[in-house]
Design a protein around this ligand. Structure first.
Ligand SMILES: [Zn+2]
Ligand SMILES: [Zn+2]
Length: 308
């Protein structure tokens, strides 16, 4: 199943002509999820050609304005479109009140149901086969970081080949697929690797919104395929990062390195920087597999073979 990420906004604080504020689209198969929904998210979805009528759920990291002000307009637009399908909205405590206000901000007769879910690290969410876990970040208000994890996929069972090797119909086929050796007709033992192709490991995406470096995000991103991390400042503003509850690019890179993530994408750049070149250079000195996100950047997460 295709898994695609599109950065809709990569700036911190307020929008500029170059960068919108925070939002990230995750498309998995026909389903669309949003991670944060800053002002202008709807136009960014349109500009990126992401079919937003398919939106299934929104995950909010926190309720600072640059992460959430896009929701009221998005809900109004869905109402104009006559949306009927429910929309699930997840976030830290405060999400129910935020959604209630967003729905009541302007005269609005919803054609669809909006359901807010308060979640936290103790309550992982299972959604469309994805497991979404969260962890507390270190910011000036409570912030959740999220990990979206696909299940591992077993390899394909060659039923014809199994039959030829004498495996009887029925539960023996399921046991082979589950990795057990079974006895075929005539006493021949049939090993799963003879009839089951290679499996695929589930892909994992970790999204850390506003945060100082912390141990929780290292644990959340352990072995992740992709980590998207706060990179508000360069090292020249290290003290400012600590004061405001953010990270420098080099700190984000150290987190990716310590977590053993495959790839790091920097985002949430302070609007004081015209380009992310310094962020990128400082981060790559610590963790070479670093990229800088940009508004509209879209990437596919390839499938991967099972870990041996
Ligand atoms: Zn922010
Ligand atoms: Zn914030």
């Amino acid at each position: 199943m295709d898994l695609r990420l599109t950065f809709l906004g990569t700036g911190a604080g307020y929008p500029t002509p170059q960068r919108n504020v925070t939002a990230l689209a995750v498309e998995r198969g026909r389903r669309l999820y949003l991670l944060d929904c800053g002002e202008g998210t709807l136009r960014a979805l349109q500009a990126a050609g992401v079919g937003y009528g398919r939106l299934r759920a929104v995950f909010f990291s926190h309720f600072h304005a640059d992460h959430c002000l896009g929701l009221p307009g998005l809900l109004q637009t869905f109402q104009l479109m006559g949306r009927e399908r429910r929309l699930d909205i997840y976030g830290p405590p405060g999400v129910k009140e935020f959604v209630r206000r967003a729905v009541n901000l302007a005269p609005f007769s919803p054609t669809f149901c909006t359901i807010a879910h308060e979640i936290g690290p103790e309550a992982p969410v299972t959604l469309d086969g994805l497991t979404v876990t969260s962890a507390w970040m270190d910011h000036s208000v409570p912030v959740l970081g999220y990990r979206l994890q696909e299940p591992d996929q077993p390899g394909h069972l060659d039923v014809e080949r199994a039959r030829r090797l004498g495996v009887p119909e029925g539960p023996a086929l399921g046991r082979l697929k589950a990795g057990e050796t079974v006895e075929g007709e005539g006493g021949r033992m049939v090993r799963p690797e003879e009839v089951v192709g290679p499996g695929r490991s589930g892909r994992s995406l970790v999204f850390s919104s506003d945060t100082r470096p912390n141990r929780n995000v290292v644990a959340l991103a352990a072995g992740a395929d992709l980590l998207v991390h706060d990179s508000t400042f360069t090292e020249a503003h290290l003290a400012r990062a600590g004061e405001t509850g953010h990270s420098t690019a080099a700190q984000a890179a150290a987190t990716a390195r310590d977590a053993g993530a495959d790839t790091l994408y920097l985002w949430h750049f302070s609007q004081r920087y015209a380009d992310p070149d310094t962020h990128l250079a400082e981060a790559r000195a610590v963790f070479p597999a670093t990229e800088a996100a940009a508004d509209g950047l879209s990437l596919e997460l390839p499938g991967k073979p099972a870990a041996s």
